[in-house]
Design a protein around this ligand. Sequence first.
Ligand SMILES: [Zn+2]
Length: 638
Amino acid sequence: MNHLILKILIHLSFIFLIIIKSWSHDRQFTEINRFPASEARQGIAVDSKYIYVVGTQEIGKYDKETGKLIARWQGEENGPIIHLDSGVIYNGKLYCAHSNYPSVPMTSSVEIWDAEKLEHIGSHSFGIRWGSCTWIDRYDGYWWAAFAHYDKWKAETGKGSEWTTLVQFDDQWNDLAAWVYPDEVVNRFRPMSNSGGSWGPDGFLYCTGHDSGEVYVMQIPKMGSVLELVEIVPINILGQGIAWDQLTPNTIYGIRKKDRQVVASKVILDKPILRQGYFHSEKAAKDELLMFSQSYSNLDEWKIRAEKLREGILRGAELFPFPEKCDLNPIIHSKRKYKGYTVENVAFESLPGFFVTGNLYRPTESNKPYAAILCPHGHFNEPNGGGRFRPDMQYRCATLARMGAIVFAYDMIGWGESTQFENYKFPDSHKNFKKAVKLQIWNSIRAVDFLISLKEVDPNRIGVTGASGGGTQTFLLTAIDDRIAVSVPVVMVSAHFFGGCNCESGMPIHQSENHITNNAEIAALAAPRPQLIISDGNDWTKNTPDVEFPHIQKIYRMCNAEENVENLHLTDEGHDYGYSKRVGMYKFFARHLALSLSNILNGYRQIDESEVVIEGREKMLVFDEKHPRPAGAVKSIK
Ligand SMILES: [Zn+2]
């Protein structure tokens, strides 16, 4: 009897779920703020601090937080500005759509204002070509504009609302491609047309009609010329211009012409946006850095931004607040003595029952207290078992130890001896373990705890360096842990590439409803602490000297620490942590962590790693037959 009731209930709830699903949208808007603005008739644009409300022949600039009027621009009566429409802020300028609406034949132009002073500074005319320009946006490194046609003038023009066109332009306003709108959307526009448009935080194009309380979510089609409708979502505005807040990604601004009001709404997306791999084109990444850069012009503004990003990264990695720190219970054994350094095999618990495994390199020269350096490895496989066992890792760690630092090389989850999860065996740990970045960052934080727990370590001289995925660990750890004094991220600081692995970008650390960032800006969170960024000419760091580094340098300059950041760019080199990159790193750490470079120079005064003994993998293992992994080790993770 009970089973039967249960079965019926399950069936009913299943049907109910289907009904809810058919009523619901993947996206939902919730109004979060509104304020009056007499100009709220045509369009809107937004930057980090202000809202630009566009009327037919006037623009009002309002404080985003308070809704207070800051500045106003008014066109002349019977002047050249006839009908302004929606726009966008780009590089400190307001770009607005403009047309001769309601006249036919239709002409259009882009009108440009200095966003700070609201002074008209430029114009580009499209002439009589496509229709009536109703909105302009900047996305993916390109300009986008809609050109409307209207059923109500079909008799005069021969073209109804279905002739409305979306056009993509390059930086010189050359048209590159164009699309029309799907019938379902055009029929909702009629007898008017597409009035507002703005590319959203999820990479979809959001458009409005003339007066409906809904947005049309669309995307560029894989084939053909018709935009693809994804869904129609209700929103508490009445058509007209819309603008996504690019710095507070899930917030969209719109207007209610009828009430002369500006309305801010938050979108709830059905899943977080992950910025992974080549998330951006190089052009889009450049635009984005420019946008970030416009949002901070002094140290106070950067500090606010930096705090927001730190919190965003930690929340994205589910490390806000930190989990409770357990005892490290270190296991250290099998000390080998070489010329100028020793090597030991080490494990400690980063979480109860989870062991971080690695090797500890110590100087033999007594020079207490010692600087300490963390060496996370990248996704580099063979030789010698890959990861921390590779010869280039051993050269790096042992040479730094010979220079006078205590160095810890540790396995990334799933690599080397980090194999305790039976449900995630290498290499699956990196392919399938969705929360790898959470555990990986936590392990790095605990590795700093471990180094500081060694009483001969100077807690004020902690460094970190790694290449590729180890470079990602380097800048993520430096960004969120102020105990790191000096960092050297190698071949990874890129504005357009976000790391291809779950341990780098598998959780929303780069974008949430409250923050948006890229790895160049995350690297800048090291400021004012000394940082050497090593890049090369053949991977995603090829633009570093021209794109990422100047941006990071600007932030260091704001922190009065320009001399603390350097870029070593090796144009002819590739994606590795080879000798010439290590040489740059040795010199930088020697300078900033008071290490001895003379300890590693040969008779020709060259940096010489030949004293380092490359060990076989077996010798470096912390867990072996004589030293089994403790019985309390956890065996699986979700
Ligand atoms: Zn990884």
